[in-house]
Design a protein around this ligand. Structure first.
Ligand code: P6P
Length: 339
């Protein structure tokens, strides 16, 4: 039977996580139940995003439908789906969403031992031009039985127990780490199941792609300016790097994870903390990069060691291939010595 195992022994994401969780004898399947609700949300969003192009015809997602009702924008719709799925899982106590100004505290009867931070539809401004967008999430455990507060999610990324993203592009891919490596699952629409297609993803130690919005170059600080200059005009005779920038974090990070290289959203004069959000963009992507053998740096420290003070706090971020990030860390260290 081994010969056609890939056809008859389907490793679905649920089965994969059950296998992983069976390593922890004390686990009672709570995480698996939580994850199955996140997966449900991703399947819904995948279907809605794929229909988005038809929205104008069938009045969905931000259009006025034939009854003249204002349909919800896709990112608001996605947020409602994820909040409802997470609350109904009965495994969460605190939720932080990019779409909601305040954290959601789950009612006592439905509380569980996890806190989830997420961006339900990151890069949603790219929907109308068909560019890949995605859901990004990170998971903390609740380590007390008192009333939950925002303190339960204002924790360093190094306390996250799992993180992942789902990319809605030419195919729907869910990339996940529960702390034992990074694994990629592709949605098989005919089965409605995410199937393991990329086991144990490792990012190349060095890449030849840099990914940054060059339009902000006039506002960058010294080390970032020097690093990008080095990518374009290498002094050591090595080939110049290629620039690839989609402008949708999930797409840029996914390419970096698979092909190697570095993704940068630096601080600049206009935004001293950069643009990307710590809890549900920087931390989950940094967690994945480290689990895949890469690293993530804020310009000052290891990204996962940041301790956020506000749930929508931003941070500069440099993440990707280990050796590439080392180079920009050295430039920031040099700058530090001068000051
Ligand atoms: P800029 C999308 O709006 C987003 O939040 C990320 O997905 C993406 O990496 C970044 O902003 C792009 O920002 O300033 O380059 O357009």
């Amino acid at each position: 039977h081994a010969a056609d195992a890939h056809r008859t022994d389907l490793m679905t994401i649920t089965r994969f996580v059950l296998n992983e969780q069976s390593k922890y004898p004390e686990s009672r399947g709570d995480f698996t139940i939580l994850l199955s609700h996140i997966v449900l949300g991703c399947k819904f969003v995948c279907s809605a995003v794929n229909k988005a192009g038809l929205a104008k015809l069938i009045g969905l997602a931000g259009e006025t439908n034939i009854q003249g009702e204002e349909q919800k924008k896709l990112d608001v719709l996605s947020n409602d789906v994820f909040v409802n799925a997470l609350v109904s899982s009965g495994r969460t106590s605190v939720l932080v969403s990019e779409e909601d100004e305040e954290a959601t505290f789950v009612e006592p009867s439905k509380r569980g031992k996890y806190c989830v931070v997420f961006d339900p539809l990151d890069g949603s401004s790219n929907i109308d031009c068909g560019v890949s967008i995605g859901t990004i999430f990170g998971i903390y455990t609740l380590d007390h039985t008192d009333e939950p507060t925002t303190a339960d999610v204002l924790k360093p990324g190094n306390e996250m127990v799992a993180a992942g993203y789902c990319m809605y592009g030419s195919s729907c891919m869910l990339v996940l780490s529960t702390g034992t490596g990074v694994h990629g699952f592709t949605l098989d629409p005919s089965l409605g199941e995410f199937i393991l297609t990329h086991p144990d993803i490792k990012i190349p130690n060095k890449g030849n792609i840099y990914s940054v919005n060059e339009g902000n170059a006039q506002n960058w600080d010294g080390p970032t300016t020097k690093y990008v200059e080095k990518c374009k005009f290498p002094k050591d005779g090595s080939p110049a790097k290629s620039l690839r920038y989609v402008g949708s974090m999930v797409a840029d990070v996914h390419r970096t994870l698979l092909y190697g290289g570095i993704f940068l959203y630096p601080a600049d004069k206009k935004s001293p903390n950069g643009k990307l959000r710590v809890l549900y963009e920087v931390f989950p992507m940094s967690f994945l990069m480290e689990q895949a053998g890469g690293q993530a740096f804020t310009g000052k420290k290891r990204a996962l060691d940041l301790v956020p003070e506000k749930i929508h706090e931003r941070s500069p971020i440099f993440l990707g291939s280990y050796d590439d990030v080392e180079e920009i860390k050295a430039l920031y260290a040099e700058e530090e010595k001068k000051n």
